[in-house]
Design a protein around this ligand. Structure first.
Ligand SMILES: *[C@@H]1O[C@H](CO)[C@@H](O)[C@H](O)[C@H]1NC(C)=O
Ligand SMILES: *[C@@H]1O[C@H](CO)[C@@H](O)[C@H](O)[C@H]1NC(C)=O
Ligand SMILES: *[C@@H]1O[C@H](CO)[C@@H](O)[C@H](O)[C@H]1NC(C)=O
Ligand SMILES: *[C@@H]1O[C@H](CO)[C@@H](O)[C@H](O)[C@H]1NC(C)=O
Length: 506
């Protein structure tokens, strides 16, 4: 009876939609490089959790049973000098020029190692600040990068160059760190020397590490790092990412001050989108880069912290914790924007775990599952900020985790996007192809059920489908249904579904 009902329903759907099927392109758009997030600043806390929980976190992030992330960003610490939030004060291995204490960041390197062990293919090392000793204020924030010319009269004495700030000294430090971990078999393949160089994150005491790097200093940072990588034979193996501007607006305005000088030394132009750009301004940023810096790819390396609606409206930088499907779908619209509108190959969310619940889960049973205005949407798994005293080592998995899993599991490095044309469903539908499969990741932001109908460029056979909604977490659901030469996919109200197809006739 049920089966008959669903067959009839499907027949009606097919009839309604066959006429306006959208088309999956026969030619690939961009080739994907990674989907991931950052190891900041939760490793400082999670390192103090029991080993079985640390292993569980590593599995939840880095295996396909969990998110299946293909990118992980390890935060190279500055030492936490003058940073008052202990979770955000990151140990630095820097002792003095050429002298390192490799045990100084056991917390961060634990999760870096776990990512590497589980085969995460894209590992990035990024710094919010140079080691405190190398900055203008000898602190991990509220200061700036020290350029060679500011510190010394010209010409700079060769020995002094490697002793204080300067691109050479900082580059030497970063290249030594990366070479050390690569020597251990942890294949860091990207390095980002300045995360959000637009701010010093002062005044002191500060809430996080940060080092201002003026636009006219950024070429020196890149050049110093490139030269130090070259000296170790790593310049073609470890790509430099820059400049992690906090907004597309800053990135675009400041490129001219530094980028032309070092364009050949930068592997990719990575940006944050804390200006939450419209589709038009994001597309215009990308086309501007394409025309001014041909051949340079751009991608998203950090964003978090917005409230808003499942259709993407209302987004903007904001506090507030919302673990529900409403906020999860809002973030899915951001991923669709970067992949479909901006054609970018790589997407990193900001911190993967967070203590920003904004409530106390032991005192309030609905804390972790209910929206509140005190917390932050800056993670996909949350933990109790009072764990050190109350020993609550529970992990709180949000709907954002389950929606991000669709991208982590099905947008793998080497797979390719296929444009979808002929329907406005393409804004919230991502088509991915591999040699053997198509994956259709489709969202329905509205409160009524609907469906999409697609035509594929070659023979396909529907095999599986997974849905995340208010009541489902990546649940197995009915597969796509053939309707003559099209395939019909049911989209439940306020949900994200992945439909898996084999590239062969059924
Ligand atoms: C770091 O903190 C000390 C002690 O409060 C203060 O004297 C110093 O100015 C701070 N450094 C910076 C760069 O703000
Ligand atoms: C890192 O690269 C080396 C050299 O290419 C390789 O032998 C090693 O297996 C890689 N390690 C991992 C964890 O992939
Ligand atoms: C890992 O954590 C998740 C979320 O709290 C939980 O559902 C799961 O049972 C844990 N798995 C293990 C092996 O501890
Ligand atoms: C969606 O399809 C329309 C109509 O074919 C096309 O004009 C538009 O560029 C597509 N949008 C995206 C994001 O692919």
């Amino acid at each position: 009876m049920r089966l008959l009902q669903s067959l009839v329903a499907t027949a009606i759907l097919s009839f309604l939609h066959a006429a306006n099927a959208a088309t999956v392109s026969s030619t690939p758009a961009q080739t994907f490089l990674g989907v991931g997030g950052s190891g900041a600043w939760w490793p400082n806390d999670l390192y103090r959790f029991p080993e079985n929980v640390r292993q569980n976190v590593s599995d939840l992030l880095f295996t396909d049973a969990g998110l299946g992330l293909s990118s992980y960003r390890w935060n190279i610490g500055s030492g936490g000098v003058n940073v008052s939030n202990p979770t955000r004060a990151i140990g630095t291995v820097y002792v003095s020029p050429g002298v390192y204490d490799w045990s100084a960041d056991a917390q961060g390197t634990y999760f870096l190692r776990e990512a590497s062990k589980r085969g995460v293919p894209s590992l990035t090392a990024f710094a919010n600040s140079a080691p405190a000793q190398l900055t203008s204020g000898k602190a991990s924030c509220n200061g700036g990068f020290v350029s060679g010319r500011q510190a010394f009269s010209s010409p700079v004495p060769t020995k002094a160059k490697t002793m204080l700030g300067t691109g050479d000294a900082y580059g030497t430090f970063l290249a030594d760190v990366v070479a050390h971990y690569r020597g251990e078999g942890i294949n860091i393949s990207y390095i980002s020397p300045m995360n959000e160089p637009d701010s010093s994150f002062g005044p002191s005491p500060c809430n996080q590490e940060g080092m201002q790097v003026m636009p006219n200093q950024r070429a020196e940072v890149v050049r110093g790092l490139y030269n130090a990588l070259s000296a170790r034979g790593l310049q073609n193996t470890v790509g430099i990412l820059a400049d992690e501007s906090s907004s597309l607006g800053n990135a675009r305005n400041e490129y001219a001050s530094w980028l032309p000088q070092v364009i050949n030394q930068v592997a990719a132009l990575v940006h944050h989108t804390y200006d939450f750009p419209t589709d038009d301004s994001y597309a215009s940023f990308v086309s501007n880069v394409k025309s001014q810096y041909p051949g340079k790819v751009t991608w998203m390396s950090e964003v978090c912290c917005s409230l808003g609606n499942p259709d993407g409206s209302g987004r903007g930088w904001s506090g507030g914790y919302d673990p529900t499907i409403k906020n999860a779908l809002l973030w899915a619209t951001m991923v669709f924007q970067s992949f479909n509108i901006a054609n970018e190959p790589h997407y990193d969310f900001w911190t993967l775990l967070s203590n920003g619940l904004g409530c106390s889960p032991l005192n309030n049973p609905s804390c972790a599952t209910t929206a509140n205005s005190n917390g932050w949407n800056d993670g996909v798994i949350f933990y109790d900020s009072a764990y050190a005293t109350n020993k609550n080592y529970q992990l709180y998995v949000t709907k954002h985790f389950w929606t991000y899993k669709h991208f982590g599991n099905f947008v793998k490095p080497g797979s390719q996007r296929r444009a979808i044309t002929g329907s406005d469903a393409n804004k919230s539908t991502l088509a991915v192809s591999t040699a053997t499969n198509y994956y259709i990741i489709a969202m329905n932001p509205n409160t009524g059920d609907t469906s999409i109908t697609l035509t594929f460029p070659d023979s396909v056979c529907a095999t599986k489908a997974f849905r995340t909604s208010a009541s489902e977490d990546f649940a197995s659901v009915p597969i796509a249904v053939r309707s003559s030469s099209n395939w019909v996919m049911a989209l439940k109200a306020t949900s994200l579904t992945t439909f898996v197809f084999d590239r062969r006739a059924c």
